[in-house]
Design a protein around this ligand. Structure first.
Ligand SMILES: Cc1cc2nc3c(=O)[nH]c(=O)nc-3n(C[C@H](O)[C@H](O)[C@H](O)COP(=O)(O)O)c2cc1C
Length: 392
C-alpha cells in the first residue's frame, strides 16, 4: 500500500499485517494488526513519526521512495514494532535526527544500536518547528514502557499517540468506520498492554485534558477522527468502578470442577450477577484479559494436579496478577482426589491483586448436595459484596 493522505501535508505510511496472529509471542491477534507511521511535511522541515516492525521494513522503505527528505524521525516508543525500522530510515536519510525522550534515547541505543550522535532528546512540553507546523512532545511514561511520549501537532490539533488508544485490526480503513469493532479491539489492547499501568495512565489522561484534540492517530489500528468516545472509554477502563460481573476462568479434566462451575454460574445469574466463563483449555487469553477490565470478582475453577493447581489455572493466575485488574473479590472452587495445596499455591501467585478472598469451595471427586449448597452460599456472599459496593 502506498502512503495515504490524512490531510494536506500529513500522510499515513506503514504496513497492514493481515496475517499476524500472535504478538509478543503471547497475545492472540484474531484480526491481525497495523504498524502506523506518519509523515508531516512542514514548510521547512519534514518529520517521520515512528516506523514499522522490521519484517515489514520494505513496505515502509518503498513508501519513502518518493519522499525527498526526512529531517527528523520521531520515536515515541522504543519497542521494535515502532522503532525497528529506524536504522533503515537513517541509512536512506543519514542527515535525519532521531527525536526521543532522554530515556528512549538510551533504550534505542541499547536495543537497535543507533549511534548517540543521531539523537536529539526532547523534554516534556518541548516543541519542534517544521516551519508552518509545530510538534509538541508530551511525555507519557508507562504507556506502556517507561520511555513513552506522544506528539501533539498544534496547528492541526492531531494527537499522534503511538500505543496509547491503539488497537490491533488489519483493515484497509484509514479512519475508524466501525466503532463497535474498534471499541472491542481497543479494549482488548488496553487489557493486554495498558491495564497494568492504569494508575499512571489515568495521570497521563489528565495531562491530555489540557489539549484540544480533534483527531487521534495511533501507531496500531485506525485513526480516530471523532476521538471523544475512545477517550471516554479509556477513562472508564482506567478509573471507572468494576461492574456487577464475575469472571470465571476454569479448567476441568474429568468434569467435576465443570459441574461446580456450572452450578455456581446458574446461582450467580439467579442473583442478578453477570458471569463470563473461560475454559482455559480452549480460551483466547485476550478475551479473558478483556473481561478482567470490568470484573468485580474472579472465581478460579481448578482441579488439583500433582499436589497443586492445574498448570493452566496457575497460568491464568499469573496472568491476572501481572495485568493487575481492578477486581475486588476472589474465590477458588474445584475438585481434588486425595489432597494437596491447591488453594495455598494459587493464592500465593496473586500478590498484586488487592482482593478480599471469599472462602473457597473444594470437593472430593464429583460434587454432592453439600458441595452445591456451599456454592450457593458462595453466590450469596458474592451477591452481598457486589450489592454493598453498589456495582452495577
Ligand atoms: C495427572 C493428575 C494428577 C493428579 N494429582 C492429584 C493430586 O496431587 N492431588 C489430588 O488430590 N488429586 C489429584 N488428581 C485427581 C484430581 O484432582 C481429581 O480427579 C479431580 O476430581 C479432577 O477434577 P476434574 O474432574 O474437574 O478434572 C490428579 C489427577 C490427574 C489426572
Amino acid at each position: 500500500m502506498q502512503k495515504r493522505k490524512i490531510m494536506e501535508k500529513i500522510h499515513w505510511l506503514g504496513a497492514v499485517d493481515w496475517d499476524r496472529r500472535l504478538f509478543d509471542s503471547l497475545i492472540p491477534l484474531p484480526d491481525g494488526t497495523t504498524y502506523n507511521a506518519y509523515l508531516i511535511e512542514g514548510s521547512e522541515k519534514t518529520a517521520l513519526l515512528d516506523t514499522v516492525d522490521p519484517p515489514m521494513a520494505e513496505v515502509l522503505t518503498a513508501q519513502l521512495d518518493n519522499v525527498p527528505k526526512i529531517d527528523f524521525v520521531v520515536s515515541h516508543h522504543a519497542e521494535q514494532d515502532h522503532s525497528g525500522t529506524i536504522p533503515q530510515v537513517l541509512e536512506r536519510f543519514p542527515q535525519a535526527k532521531v527525536v526521543a525522550t532522554p530515556k528512549a534515547k538510551g533504550m534505542l541505543m541499547d536495543i537497535l544500536k543507533i549511534p548517540e550522535n543521531a539523537f536529539v532528546t526532547v523534554q516534556d512540553g518541548e516543541t519542534l518547528s517544521l516551519g508552518d507546523k509545530t510538534l509538541e512532545f508530551i511525555h507519557t511514561p508507562w504507556v506502556h514502557w517507561p520511555e513513552t511520549m506522544v506528539t501533539y501537532l498544534q496547528e492541526d490539533k492531531i494527537l499522534f499517540s503511538c500505543d496509547f488508544f491503539g488497537s490491533h485490526i488489519a483493515t484497509s480503513d484509514l479512519f475508524v468506520t466501525d466503532q463497535g469493532r474498534v471499541h472491542e479491539a481497543a479494549k482488548r489492547y488496553f487489557a493486554e498492554i495498558m491495564m497494568p499501568f492504569r494508575n499512571i495512565i489515568a495521570k497521563n489522561m489528565e495531562k491530555l485534558n489540557g489539549y484540544d484534540i480533534q483527531m487521534i492517530a495511533p501507531s496500531h489500528g485506525q485513526i480516530y477522527d471523532r476521538p471523544s468516545w475512545i477517550m471516554d472509554a479509556y477513562q472508564d477502563w482506567v478509573a471507572g468502578d468494576p461492574h456487577n460481573l464475575v469472571v470465571l476462568p476454569f479448567v476441568s479434566m474429568h468434569g467435576s470442577t465443570r459441574k461446580m462451575v456450572d452450578h455456581l454460574t446458574a446461582a450467580l445469574v439467579e442473583r442478578g450477577i453477570r458471569v463470563e466463563l473461560f475454559n482455559l483449555a480452549v480460551t483466547d487469553i485476550g478475551k479473558l484479559a478483556m473481561a478482567l477490565v470490568d470484573a468485580a470478582t474472579i472465581v478460579v475453577g481448578v482441579p488439583t494436579v500433582l499436589a497443586g493447581p492445574h498448570p493452566l489455572a496457575a497460568y491464568a493466575a499469573l496472568l491476572a496478577n501481572a495485568l493487575k485488574p481492578k477486581v475486588r473479590f476472589l474465590s477458588i472452587i474445584g475438585s481434588y482426589g486425595w489432597g494437596g495445596k491447591t488453594v495455598e499455591t494459587l493464592a500465593g501467585m496473586i500478590p498484586n491483586l488487592k482482593v478480599e478472598v471469599i472462602d473457597p469451595v473444594l470437593c472430593k471427586g464429583l460434587p454432592a448436595e453439600a458441595d452445591f449448597a456451599s456454592l450457593d452460599r458462595l453466590a450469596d456472599s458474592i451477591a452481598q459484596k457486589h450489592k454493598e459496593n453498589g456495582f452495577r
